[in-house]
Design a protein around this ligand. Structure first.
Ligand code: UGA
Length: 433
Protein backbone atom coordinates (compact mmCIF):
# COMPACT_ATOMS: atom_id res chain seq x y z
CA UNK A 1 0.00 0.00 0.00
CA UNK A 2 3.03 2.29 0.18
CA UNK A 3 2.50 3.52 -3.37
CA UNK A 4 -1.08 4.46 -2.60
CA UNK A 5 -0.68 7.93 -1.22
CA UNK A 6 -2.53 10.47 -3.31
CA UNK A 7 -5.28 12.78 -2.18
CA UNK A 8 -8.24 13.55 -4.39
CA UNK A 9 -8.88 17.15 -5.34
CA UNK A 10 -11.80 17.20 -2.90
CA UNK A 11 -9.43 16.27 -0.11
CA UNK A 12 -10.77 12.76 0.38
CA UNK A 13 -8.05 10.21 0.60
CA UNK A 14 -8.58 7.51 -1.95
CA UNK A 15 -5.24 5.97 -1.35
CA UNK A 16 -3.24 5.47 1.74
CA UNK A 17 -0.30 7.60 2.80
CA UNK A 18 3.08 6.02 3.25
CA UNK A 19 2.44 6.21 6.96
CA UNK A 20 -0.78 4.22 6.56
CA UNK A 21 0.56 1.24 5.00
CA UNK A 22 2.74 -1.15 4.65
CA UNK A 23 1.75 -2.98 7.74
CA UNK A 24 2.91 -1.43 10.97
CA UNK A 25 3.14 -4.91 12.45
CA UNK A 26 5.89 -5.79 10.02
CA UNK A 27 3.92 -8.35 8.08
CA UNK A 28 4.70 -8.50 4.41
CA UNK A 29 4.98 -11.00 1.58
CA UNK A 30 7.95 -13.28 2.26
CA UNK A 31 8.11 -12.80 6.02
CA UNK A 32 4.50 -13.72 6.18
CA UNK A 33 5.18 -17.39 6.08
CA UNK A 34 7.34 -17.27 9.17
CA UNK A 35 4.81 -15.13 11.00
CA UNK A 36 1.82 -17.40 10.84
CA UNK A 37 -0.47 -16.49 13.68
CA UNK A 38 -2.90 -19.38 13.72
CA UNK A 39 -2.96 -22.25 16.18
CA UNK A 40 -2.07 -19.87 18.99
CA UNK A 41 1.54 -19.51 17.93
CA UNK A 42 1.59 -15.74 17.96
CA UNK A 43 -0.57 -12.95 19.34
CA UNK A 44 -2.66 -10.95 16.94
CA UNK A 45 -1.91 -7.23 16.78
CA UNK A 46 -4.54 -4.70 17.87
CA UNK A 47 -6.80 -3.91 14.92
CA UNK A 48 -5.93 -0.55 13.38
CA UNK A 49 -6.30 -1.36 9.70
CA UNK A 50 -9.49 -3.10 8.69
CA UNK A 51 -10.94 -4.40 5.43
CA UNK A 52 -14.72 -4.77 5.27
CA UNK A 53 -16.22 -6.66 2.33
CA UNK A 54 -19.92 -5.97 1.86
CA UNK A 55 -19.54 -2.73 3.81
CA UNK A 56 -22.56 -1.13 2.10
CA UNK A 57 -25.18 -3.53 3.42
CA UNK A 58 -27.26 -3.59 6.59
CA UNK A 59 -24.61 -4.96 8.96
CA UNK A 60 -21.76 -3.12 7.24
CA UNK A 61 -23.50 0.22 7.48
CA UNK A 62 -24.04 -0.14 11.23
CA UNK A 63 -20.48 -1.36 11.69
CA UNK A 64 -19.14 1.73 9.92
CA UNK A 65 -21.43 3.94 12.01
CA UNK A 66 -19.84 2.55 15.14
CA UNK A 67 -16.21 2.21 14.07
CA UNK A 68 -15.87 5.52 12.26
CA UNK A 69 -17.50 7.35 15.11
CA UNK A 70 -14.82 6.35 17.58
CA UNK A 71 -11.25 5.13 17.71
CA UNK A 72 -8.49 5.23 15.19
CA UNK A 73 -9.38 2.34 12.94
CA UNK A 74 -8.82 2.92 9.22
CA UNK A 75 -11.17 1.04 6.93
CA UNK A 76 -10.95 -0.05 3.31
CA UNK A 77 -14.43 -1.14 2.23
CA UNK A 78 -15.75 -2.98 -0.81
CA UNK A 79 -19.32 -3.12 -2.08
CA UNK A 80 -21.36 -2.41 -5.19
CA UNK A 81 -23.79 -0.19 -3.28
CA UNK A 82 -23.21 2.82 -1.08
CA UNK A 83 -26.70 4.19 -0.39
CA UNK A 84 -26.68 2.99 3.22
CA UNK A 85 -23.22 4.39 3.92
CA UNK A 86 -23.50 7.73 2.12
CA UNK A 87 -22.75 9.56 5.37
CA UNK A 88 -19.29 7.97 5.56
CA UNK A 89 -18.04 8.38 2.02
CA UNK A 90 -16.19 11.60 2.80
CA UNK A 91 -14.66 10.32 6.04
CA UNK A 92 -10.85 10.36 5.71
CA UNK A 93 -10.64 7.18 7.81
CA UNK A 94 -12.69 5.29 5.22
CA UNK A 95 -11.99 4.41 1.60
CA UNK A 96 -14.81 2.96 -0.46
CA UNK A 97 -14.20 0.70 -3.46
CA UNK A 98 -17.19 0.10 -5.73
CA UNK A 99 -15.90 -3.20 -7.08
CA UNK A 100 -17.04 -6.79 -7.14
CA UNK A 101 -14.82 -9.66 -6.17
CA UNK A 102 -15.30 -13.26 -7.18
CA UNK A 103 -13.43 -16.49 -7.74
CA UNK A 104 -12.20 -15.22 -11.10
CA UNK A 105 -11.68 -11.58 -10.19
CA UNK A 106 -9.93 -10.30 -7.10
CA UNK A 107 -9.22 -6.56 -7.53
CA UNK A 108 -5.55 -5.64 -7.16
CA UNK A 109 -6.46 -3.14 -4.46
CA UNK A 110 -8.09 -5.87 -2.42
CA UNK A 111 -5.01 -8.06 -2.62
CA UNK A 112 -2.95 -5.14 -1.31
CA UNK A 113 -5.48 -4.34 1.35
CA UNK A 114 -5.59 -7.87 2.73
CA UNK A 115 -1.83 -7.70 3.15
CA UNK A 116 -2.09 -4.30 4.84
CA UNK A 117 -4.99 -5.19 7.12
CA UNK A 118 -4.89 -6.47 10.68
CA UNK A 119 -8.32 -8.01 10.08
CA UNK A 120 -10.70 -8.67 7.20
CA UNK A 121 -14.42 -8.78 7.92
CA UNK A 122 -16.43 -10.55 5.24
CA UNK A 123 -20.11 -9.60 5.16
CA UNK A 124 -20.70 -10.14 1.45
CA UNK A 125 -23.42 -12.72 0.81
CA UNK A 126 -26.77 -13.47 -0.77
CA UNK A 127 -28.80 -14.14 2.36
CA UNK A 128 -32.49 -13.88 1.48
CA UNK A 129 -34.33 -17.22 1.75
CA UNK A 130 -36.51 -16.40 -1.26
CA UNK A 131 -33.45 -16.92 -3.44
CA UNK A 132 -32.21 -20.17 -1.94
CA UNK A 133 -34.75 -22.34 -3.78
CA UNK A 134 -35.32 -20.10 -6.80
CA UNK A 135 -31.74 -19.12 -7.62
CA UNK A 136 -29.54 -21.79 -6.04
CA UNK A 137 -26.72 -21.61 -8.59
CA UNK A 138 -26.07 -17.96 -7.79
CA UNK A 139 -26.56 -18.59 -4.08
CA UNK A 140 -23.96 -21.36 -4.01
CA UNK A 141 -21.57 -19.39 -6.19
CA UNK A 142 -21.77 -16.19 -4.17
CA UNK A 143 -21.61 -17.87 -0.78
CA UNK A 144 -18.84 -20.32 -1.53
CA UNK A 145 -17.07 -19.98 -4.87
CA UNK A 146 -16.81 -16.19 -4.84
CA UNK A 147 -15.31 -16.23 -1.37
CA UNK A 148 -12.92 -19.15 -1.27
CA UNK A 149 -10.13 -17.16 -2.90
CA UNK A 150 -10.52 -14.47 -0.27
CA UNK A 151 -9.97 -17.17 2.34
CA UNK A 152 -6.84 -18.29 0.51
CA UNK A 153 -5.61 -14.71 0.34
CA UNK A 154 -6.07 -14.17 4.06
CA UNK A 155 -4.41 -17.50 4.70
CA UNK A 156 -1.46 -16.59 2.50
CA UNK A 157 -0.89 -13.30 4.32
CA UNK A 158 -1.77 -14.61 7.77
CA UNK A 159 -4.47 -11.93 8.04
CA UNK A 160 -7.21 -12.54 10.59
CA UNK A 161 -10.46 -13.33 8.76
CA UNK A 162 -13.72 -12.55 10.56
CA UNK A 163 -16.29 -14.29 8.41
CA UNK A 164 -20.03 -13.79 8.77
CA UNK A 165 -21.57 -17.20 8.26
CA UNK A 166 -25.13 -18.02 9.27
CA UNK A 167 -27.16 -19.77 11.92
CA UNK A 168 -28.62 -21.73 9.01
CA UNK A 169 -25.58 -23.99 9.03
CA UNK A 170 -27.29 -25.72 11.96
CA UNK A 171 -30.16 -26.56 9.61
CA UNK A 172 -33.18 -27.86 11.46
CA UNK A 173 -33.20 -28.95 15.07
CA UNK A 174 -32.86 -32.60 16.05
CA UNK A 175 -36.22 -32.17 17.75
CA UNK A 176 -37.96 -31.31 14.48
CA UNK A 177 -36.96 -34.66 13.01
CA UNK A 178 -38.49 -36.69 15.82
CA UNK A 179 -41.89 -38.30 15.15
CA UNK A 180 -43.35 -35.87 17.68
CA UNK A 181 -41.24 -32.70 17.93
CA UNK A 182 -40.24 -32.13 21.52
CA UNK A 183 -38.62 -28.98 22.81
CA UNK A 184 -38.50 -30.05 26.43
CA UNK A 185 -34.95 -31.34 26.11
CA UNK A 186 -32.50 -28.49 25.32
CA UNK A 187 -30.04 -30.99 23.86
CA UNK A 188 -32.51 -31.55 21.03
CA UNK A 189 -32.91 -27.95 19.95
CA UNK A 190 -30.35 -25.56 21.47
CA UNK A 191 -27.55 -24.57 19.12
CA UNK A 192 -24.03 -24.75 20.48
CA UNK A 193 -21.21 -23.71 18.19
CA UNK A 194 -18.89 -26.70 18.42
CA UNK A 195 -21.24 -29.43 19.60
CA UNK A 196 -24.56 -29.25 17.75
CA UNK A 197 -24.85 -31.41 14.62
CA UNK A 198 -25.55 -29.55 11.39
CA UNK A 199 -28.67 -31.13 9.88
CA UNK A 200 -30.30 -30.14 6.64
CA UNK A 201 -32.86 -31.66 4.34
CA UNK A 202 -32.56 -33.55 1.06
CA UNK A 203 -30.97 -32.10 -2.07
CA UNK A 204 -34.25 -31.35 -3.83
CA UNK A 205 -35.23 -29.06 -0.97
CA UNK A 206 -33.09 -26.32 -2.38
CA UNK A 207 -33.65 -24.09 0.63
CA UNK A 208 -30.48 -25.71 1.93
CA UNK A 209 -28.32 -24.54 -0.98
CA UNK A 210 -27.36 -21.51 1.06
CA UNK A 211 -26.74 -23.27 4.36
CA UNK A 212 -24.72 -25.92 2.60
CA UNK A 213 -22.52 -23.37 0.77
CA UNK A 214 -22.00 -21.48 4.02
CA UNK A 215 -21.16 -24.68 5.86
CA UNK A 216 -18.66 -25.66 3.18
CA UNK A 217 -17.00 -22.27 3.51
CA UNK A 218 -16.81 -22.66 7.29
CA UNK A 219 -15.10 -26.01 6.79
CA UNK A 220 -12.72 -24.48 4.23
CA UNK A 221 -11.79 -21.70 6.66
CA UNK A 222 -11.28 -24.17 9.46
CA UNK A 223 -9.10 -26.36 7.23
CA UNK A 224 -6.96 -23.33 6.38
CA UNK A 225 -6.63 -22.63 10.06
CA UNK A 226 -5.57 -26.16 10.92
CA UNK A 227 -3.27 -26.77 7.96
CA UNK A 228 -1.92 -23.32 7.20
CA UNK A 229 -2.40 -21.33 10.41
CA UNK A 230 -5.08 -18.91 9.18
CA UNK A 231 -6.40 -16.90 12.15
CA UNK A 232 -10.17 -16.88 11.82
CA UNK A 233 -13.39 -16.03 13.56
CA UNK A 234 -16.72 -17.34 12.33
CA UNK A 235 -19.82 -15.39 13.31
CA UNK A 236 -23.20 -17.10 13.11
CA UNK A 237 -25.83 -14.33 13.22
CA UNK A 238 -29.30 -15.14 14.48
CA UNK A 239 -31.78 -12.71 12.96
CA UNK A 240 -30.26 -9.26 13.41
CA UNK A 241 -33.03 -6.63 13.21
CA UNK A 242 -32.67 -2.89 12.86
CA UNK A 243 -32.99 0.13 10.61
CA UNK A 244 -31.71 -0.26 7.05
CA UNK A 245 -32.25 -4.04 6.96
CA UNK A 246 -32.96 -5.44 3.50
CA UNK A 247 -35.22 -3.37 1.22
CA UNK A 248 -38.86 -2.45 0.78
CA UNK A 249 -40.19 -3.96 -2.47
CA UNK A 250 -41.48 -1.31 -4.85
CA UNK A 251 -39.60 1.43 -3.04
CA UNK A 252 -35.90 0.60 -2.95
CA UNK A 253 -35.74 -2.96 -4.26
CA UNK A 254 -37.62 -5.83 -5.85
CA UNK A 255 -38.25 -9.38 -4.74
CA UNK A 256 -39.05 -10.95 -1.38
CA UNK A 257 -36.92 -9.65 1.51
CA UNK A 258 -36.63 -11.27 4.94
CA UNK A 259 -39.53 -11.33 7.33
CA UNK A 260 -38.97 -7.92 8.92
CA UNK A 261 -39.13 -6.10 5.60
CA UNK A 262 -41.98 -8.33 4.36
CA UNK A 263 -44.13 -7.39 7.36
CA UNK A 264 -43.07 -3.74 7.09
CA UNK A 265 -44.02 -3.63 3.42
CA UNK A 266 -47.43 -5.08 4.21
CA UNK A 267 -48.02 -2.48 6.92
CA UNK A 268 -46.83 0.39 4.71
CA UNK A 269 -49.03 -0.84 1.83
CA UNK A 270 -52.02 -1.71 4.04
CA UNK A 271 -51.97 -5.26 2.71
CA UNK A 272 -52.21 -8.39 4.90
CA UNK A 273 -49.16 -9.68 6.75
CA UNK A 274 -48.55 -13.19 5.48
CA UNK A 275 -47.60 -16.03 7.82
CA UNK A 276 -45.74 -18.73 5.98
CA UNK A 277 -47.24 -22.12 6.91
CA UNK A 278 -49.14 -20.54 9.78
CA UNK A 279 -46.21 -18.67 11.33
CA UNK A 280 -45.22 -21.42 13.76
CA UNK A 281 -41.48 -21.08 13.06
CA UNK A 282 -39.57 -19.46 15.89
CA UNK A 283 -36.73 -16.99 15.71
CA UNK A 284 -34.67 -15.21 18.32
CA UNK A 285 -34.23 -11.60 17.29
CA UNK A 286 -31.25 -9.51 18.27
CA UNK A 287 -30.91 -5.77 17.84
CA UNK A 288 -28.28 -4.75 15.32
CA UNK A 289 -26.77 -2.53 18.02
CA UNK A 290 -26.16 -5.48 20.35
CA UNK A 291 -24.76 -7.43 17.43
CA UNK A 292 -22.36 -4.66 16.44
CA UNK A 293 -21.23 -4.40 20.06
CA UNK A 294 -20.16 -8.05 19.81
CA UNK A 295 -18.12 -7.36 16.68
CA UNK A 296 -16.46 -4.35 18.31
CA UNK A 297 -15.49 -6.54 21.27
CA UNK A 298 -13.96 -9.06 18.87
CA UNK A 299 -11.84 -6.31 17.32
CA UNK A 300 -10.83 -5.10 20.77
CA UNK A 301 -9.92 -8.59 22.00
CA UNK A 302 -8.34 -10.35 19.02
CA UNK A 303 -6.64 -13.03 21.06
CA UNK A 304 -9.94 -14.01 22.69
CA UNK A 305 -11.96 -13.80 19.49
CA UNK A 306 -9.55 -15.50 17.11
CA UNK A 307 -9.96 -19.13 16.14
CA UNK A 308 -13.48 -19.32 17.52
CA UNK A 309 -17.01 -19.69 16.22
CA UNK A 310 -19.58 -17.42 17.87
CA UNK A 311 -23.36 -17.48 17.89
CA UNK A 312 -24.61 -13.89 18.03
CA UNK A 313 -28.28 -13.76 19.00
CA UNK A 314 -30.62 -13.01 21.88
CA UNK A 315 -32.28 -15.90 23.70
CA UNK A 316 -34.69 -13.55 25.49
CA UNK A 317 -36.20 -12.31 22.24
CA UNK A 318 -37.71 -15.51 20.92
CA UNK A 319 -41.03 -15.28 19.08
CA UNK A 320 -43.05 -17.31 16.64
CA UNK A 321 -43.59 -15.50 13.35
CA UNK A 322 -47.29 -15.26 14.26
CA UNK A 323 -46.33 -13.43 17.46
CA UNK A 324 -43.94 -11.22 15.55
CA UNK A 325 -46.71 -10.21 13.13
CA UNK A 326 -49.02 -9.26 15.99
CA UNK A 327 -46.30 -7.33 17.76
CA UNK A 328 -45.30 -5.46 14.63
CA UNK A 329 -48.81 -4.31 13.88
CA UNK A 330 -49.14 -3.14 17.47
CA UNK A 331 -45.86 -1.21 17.29
CA UNK A 332 -46.87 0.20 13.91
CA UNK A 333 -50.15 1.39 15.36
CA UNK A 334 -48.21 3.14 18.10
CA UNK A 335 -45.70 4.71 15.74
CA UNK A 336 -48.34 5.96 13.30
CA UNK A 337 -50.89 6.87 15.96
CA UNK A 338 -53.46 4.95 13.92
CA UNK A 339 -55.39 2.36 15.99
CA UNK A 340 -56.81 0.67 12.92
CA UNK A 341 -53.50 -1.16 12.62
CA UNK A 342 -54.25 -3.04 15.83
CA UNK A 343 -56.59 -5.24 13.80
CA UNK A 344 -54.58 -5.13 10.59
CA UNK A 345 -55.19 -8.42 8.71
CA UNK A 346 -52.80 -11.31 9.19
CA UNK A 347 -53.28 -14.28 6.88
CA UNK A 348 -51.65 -17.66 6.43
CA UNK A 349 -50.03 -18.72 3.18
CA UNK A 350 -48.37 -21.99 2.21
CA UNK A 351 -44.61 -21.94 1.82
CA UNK A 352 -45.08 -23.34 -1.66
CA UNK A 353 -47.23 -20.39 -2.68
CA UNK A 354 -44.96 -17.88 -0.95
CA UNK A 355 -41.48 -19.16 -1.84
CA UNK A 356 -42.16 -21.80 -4.51
CA UNK A 357 -41.05 -25.39 -4.63
CA UNK A 358 -38.09 -26.56 -2.60
CA UNK A 359 -38.55 -24.34 0.46
CA UNK A 360 -38.13 -25.92 3.85
CA UNK A 361 -38.01 -23.99 7.09
CA UNK A 362 -35.71 -23.92 10.09
CA UNK A 363 -38.13 -24.64 12.91
CA UNK A 364 -36.31 -22.97 15.77
CA UNK A 365 -33.01 -21.25 16.51
CA UNK A 366 -32.13 -21.05 20.18
CA UNK A 367 -28.45 -20.11 20.47
CA UNK A 368 -26.16 -21.04 23.31
CA UNK A 369 -24.31 -17.78 23.97
CA UNK A 370 -21.91 -18.87 26.70
CA UNK A 371 -18.86 -18.53 24.51
CA UNK A 372 -19.54 -14.92 23.52
CA UNK A 373 -20.22 -14.11 27.15
CA UNK A 374 -17.14 -15.82 28.54
CA UNK A 375 -14.59 -14.88 25.89
CA UNK A 376 -15.84 -11.45 24.84
CA UNK A 377 -17.83 -10.35 27.88
CA UNK A 378 -20.82 -9.85 25.59
CA UNK A 379 -24.48 -10.12 26.55
CA UNK A 380 -27.30 -8.76 24.40
CA UNK A 381 -29.38 -6.16 26.23
CA UNK A 382 -31.98 -4.69 23.90
CA UNK A 383 -35.49 -6.10 24.14
CA UNK A 384 -37.58 -7.21 21.21
CA UNK A 385 -40.03 -4.40 21.81
CA UNK A 386 -37.33 -1.72 21.81
CA UNK A 387 -35.73 -3.25 18.73
CA UNK A 388 -39.03 -3.20 16.85
CA UNK A 389 -39.95 0.27 18.03
CA UNK A 390 -36.70 1.72 16.70
CA UNK A 391 -36.88 -0.25 13.48
CA UNK A 392 -40.54 0.27 12.67
CA UNK A 393 -40.20 4.01 13.39
CA UNK A 394 -37.23 4.16 11.01
CA UNK A 395 -39.17 2.50 8.19
CA UNK A 396 -42.20 4.64 8.82
CA UNK A 397 -40.10 7.82 8.76
CA UNK A 398 -38.29 6.69 5.63
CA UNK A 399 -41.14 5.27 3.56
CA UNK A 400 -44.47 5.74 5.28
CA UNK A 401 -44.99 9.28 6.43
CA UNK A 402 -45.40 10.69 2.96
CA UNK A 403 -48.16 8.24 2.09
CA UNK A 404 -50.01 8.88 5.34
CA UNK A 405 -49.56 12.63 5.38
CA UNK A 406 -53.16 13.24 4.35
CA UNK A 407 -54.58 11.16 7.15
CA UNK A 408 -55.49 12.98 10.37
CA UNK A 409 -53.21 11.88 13.20
CA UNK A 410 -54.70 11.38 16.64
CA UNK A 411 -52.63 11.82 19.77
CA UNK A 412 -51.19 8.51 20.90
CA UNK A 413 -52.50 8.85 24.47
CA UNK A 414 -56.09 9.04 23.31
CA UNK A 415 -55.74 6.41 20.65
CA UNK A 416 -54.24 3.88 22.98
CA UNK A 417 -56.49 4.36 25.97
CA UNK A 418 -57.24 0.65 26.22
CA UNK A 419 -54.07 -0.78 24.80
CA UNK A 420 -50.58 -1.26 26.19
CA UNK A 421 -48.47 1.47 24.65
CA UNK A 422 -45.30 -0.24 25.71
CA UNK A 423 -44.53 -3.89 26.21
CA UNK A 424 -42.17 -4.98 28.95
CA UNK A 425 -38.64 -4.10 27.94
CA UNK A 426 -37.19 -7.21 29.58
CA UNK A 427 -37.88 -9.12 26.40
CA UNK A 428 -40.98 -10.91 27.64
CA UNK A 429 -43.56 -10.79 24.91
CA UNK A 430 -47.13 -11.87 25.23
CA UNK A 431 -49.13 -10.47 22.41
CA UNK A 432 -51.87 -13.06 22.46
CA UNK A 433 -53.28 -14.67 19.37
C1 UGA B 1 -32.48 -15.73 7.03
C2 UGA B 1 -31.15 -16.17 6.46
O1 UGA B 1 -31.29 -17.32 5.71
C3 UGA B 1 -30.14 -16.41 7.52
O2 UGA B 1 -28.88 -16.67 6.98
C4 UGA B 1 -30.01 -15.23 8.37
O3 UGA B 1 -29.11 -15.54 9.41
C5 UGA B 1 -31.35 -14.85 8.91
O4 UGA B 1 -32.28 -14.64 7.87
C6 UGA B 1 -31.19 -13.60 9.68
O5 UGA B 1 -31.79 -12.59 9.38
O6 UGA B 1 -30.37 -13.61 10.59
P1 UGA B 1 -34.68 -16.74 8.11
O7 UGA B 1 -34.77 -16.37 9.55
O8 UGA B 1 -35.34 -18.02 7.74
O9 UGA B 1 -33.15 -16.79 7.68
O10 UGA B 1 -35.27 -15.59 7.20
P2 UGA B 1 -36.63 -14.77 7.13
O11 UGA B 1 -36.91 -14.51 5.70
O12 UGA B 1 -36.50 -13.56 7.98
O13 UGA B 1 -37.75 -15.76 7.66
C7 UGA B 1 -38.04 -15.94 9.02
C8 UGA B 1 -39.34 -16.71 9.14
O14 UGA B 1 -40.42 -15.87 8.75
C9 UGA B 1 -39.46 -17.96 8.27
O15 UGA B 1 -40.16 -18.94 8.98
C10 UGA B 1 -40.30 -17.51 7.09
O16 UGA B 1 -41.00 -18.55 6.49
C11 UGA B 1 -41.23 -16.54 7.78
N1 UGA B 1 -41.85 -15.49 6.94
C12 UGA B 1 -41.11 -14.74 6.10
C13 UGA B 1 -43.22 -15.23 7.09
O17 UGA B 1 -43.94 -15.91 7.86
N2 UGA B 1 -43.78 -14.23 6.36
C14 UGA B 1 -43.07 -13.45 5.52
O18 UGA B 1 -43.66 -12.54 4.89
C15 UGA B 1 -41.70 -13.72 5.38
Amino acid sequence: MAAKSELRSDGKRTRKSAQDGPPANGRNGVEQHSLRVGNGRRSLPPVRNLVVLGCGGFIGSHLLDRLLDQGAIRIEGWDLHDEKIAAHLANPKFTFHREAFSDTRIPAGLIEAVRWADAVINLAAICNPSQYNTNPLEVIKSNFLDVYRLVELCSHHGTWLIHFSTSEVYGRTVSSYLPAPDYSNPDLFELEETATPLIMGPIQNQRWSYACAKQMLERFIYAHHRERGLPYTIVRPLNFFGPKMDFIPGRDGEGIPRVLACFMTALLDRSPLQLVDGGAARRTIVSIHDAIAAVVLMLQKPDRAANQIFNIGNRENEVTMAELAELMRLVYAEVTGDPSYLSHPIVSVSSRDFYGEGYEDCDRRMPVLAKARELLGWTPRISLYDTLLETVAYYYRTYGEATLADRPAEPAGKVFGDYPTKLPSDGAVDVGR
